[in-house]
Design a protein. Structure first.
Length: 255
């Protein structure tokens, strides 16, 4: 289905024309997410060419520069860079699997891209306003045996306009996890314990945001890609599996 959607986009638009309309911009960015995920999971290049992602990134950063006071536009630019980095990783994976580039070239280039991702995640952390940090949880419930993380850590997430920062942080961290997983298929260097720790940190962010009374009611749909990766790398224990099932059920309820 997604392949047909991408083919339709390729037939109807060019990288320039699809970015002329705000509605189409949202459509192409939404489709890019599936294009990237399919490419990374399969070890193939994306269907949409690299130029689509470069132009979308360029436009996003131009809009952010034109409106520096808009937090949403600054964050959207990071998301566009995230997609462009993902395309580069997907292309590298496809090239190394087909012996178009050497293992050494792959390691050098993928290392630079993952470093770029870490730098973006660090920069996202600099978007902060103490008055929007959640420091206490009036509706806090006692933790039980089924709680796999502490969702009530002070200062972990934001409310108000800065809540978007947490969502972008989730997205970028999930992308980095995906890159590391795919790169590890070549290098075989990642420790399972390290992957589980990273996944549980993602669990904590998801669970904390999910318990906020002020969260967006559509939040479960926003973290469906994040959840898929979490499920792959959390510890193989019944408590963790049950947590995943509950979150997946919430996504299903949202349609």
């Amino acid at each position: 289905m997604y392949k047909r959607q991408h083919q339709m986009i390729l037939q109807m638009y060019s990288p320039d024309t699809i970015l002329d309309d705000r509605f189409r911009i949202h459509i192409i960015h939404w489709n890019m997410r599936y294009d990237i995920m399919a490419g990374l999971m399969a070890g193939n290049a994306t269907i949409l060419g690299r130029e689509w992602y470069i132009l979308a990134e360029k436009q996003a950063y131009q809009e952010a520069a034109d409106d520096p006071d808009s937090l949403s536009k600054q964050l959207f630019a990071f998301c566009a860079s995230n997609k462009r980095c993902a395309v580069e990783i997907a292309s590298l994976l496809a090239n190394v699997s087909q012996s178009i580039i050497s293992r050494e070239e792959f390691l050098a280039e993928s290392g630079m891209l993952t470093q770029t991702m870490r730098e973006m995640i660090h920069k996202i952390g600099e978007f902060n306003d103490p008055k929007y940090l959640v420091m206490d949880y009036p509706e806090k419930m006692p933790l039980g045996a089924d709680d796999i993380v502490d969702p009530y850590v002070p200062g972990l997430v934001h409310t108000g306009p800065f809540s978007e920062v947490d969502l972008v942080k989730l997205e970028l961290r999930s992308s980095l996890l995906m890159y590391n997983c795919q790169i590890d298929l070549i290098t075989q260097t990642l420790e399972p314990a390290e992957m589980s720790k990273f996944a549980l940190e993602q669990c904590q962010l998801v669970e904390t945001i999910n318990r906020l009374p002020t969260k967006d009611p559509m939040f479960p749909l926003m973290f469906h890609n994040v959840l898929g990766l979490i499920c792959l790398y959390i510890p193989p224990d019944d408590r963790y599996r049950m947590w995943c099932r509950k979150r997946l059920a919430e996504i299903e309820q949202q349609g």
